[in-house]
Design a protein around this ligand. Structure first.
Ligand code: DLZ
Length: 154
């Protein structure tokens, strides 16, 4: 399910048995979120991650603070959310806050944060990337695999 130049990698080649990985997930757009969460859980299982923590927050704006808190107890974090453009500039503020905030958490904590936040113009774009039946991409899986791979590299 990889495309657009993404490396072809599989979490099954990783050994995460010694790792604790935290998944922080927003709650907007439940069908797409369910696909992202399922993909992230699948990647963590494939990588045999020893300990998984999951926290839910209301929206993507809350992901950075959740990521920061769980990063204290984990070797890596996977942040999952879906932001869909509406008729106001709100979309840009939520996307910008989530992106900048999660980058800050990663750099300041020194822990990898897998970026599984979809920023979409339409719901269809989100469904196509959610790892659901008929999706072309599996961004939850990719984000979790990237977080584990980076934690094992550092
Ligand atoms: C308010 C809002 C809007 C309009 N859209 C989304 C969205 O598409 N995806 C998402 O994850 N969250 C959205 N939110 C909620 C904000 O992220 C946040 O939860 C609220 O502004 C409360 O702080």
């Amino acid at each position: 399910m990889s495309g657009h130049g993404a490396p072809v990698t599989h979490a099954g080649e990783l050994d995460g048995t010694e790792l604790t990985v935290a998944v922080a997930a927003a709650s907007w757009h439940d069908t797409i979120m369910a696909g992202l969460l399922d993909g992230a859980r699948r990647a963590l299982r494939d990588a045999r991650v020893g300990n998984v923590i999951e926290v839910r927050v209301p929206g993507s704006f809350e992901l950075p603070v959740a990521a920061r808190r769980v990063a204290e107890r984990a070797d890596a974090v996977v942040a999952l959310g879906v932001v869909i453009r509406g008729g106001t500039p709100h979309f840009d503020y939520v996307c910008s806050a989530a992106t900048t905030g999660l980058t800050d958490v990663s750099v300041v904590s020194g822990k990898p944060v897998g970026f599984g936040v979809l920023t979409c113009d339409t719901e269809e774009q989100g469904l196509d990337r959610a790892g659901l039946e008929g999706s072309n991409e599996d961004k939850g899986y990719e984000a979790a695999e990237a977080a584990v791979r980076t934690a094992l590299t550092l």
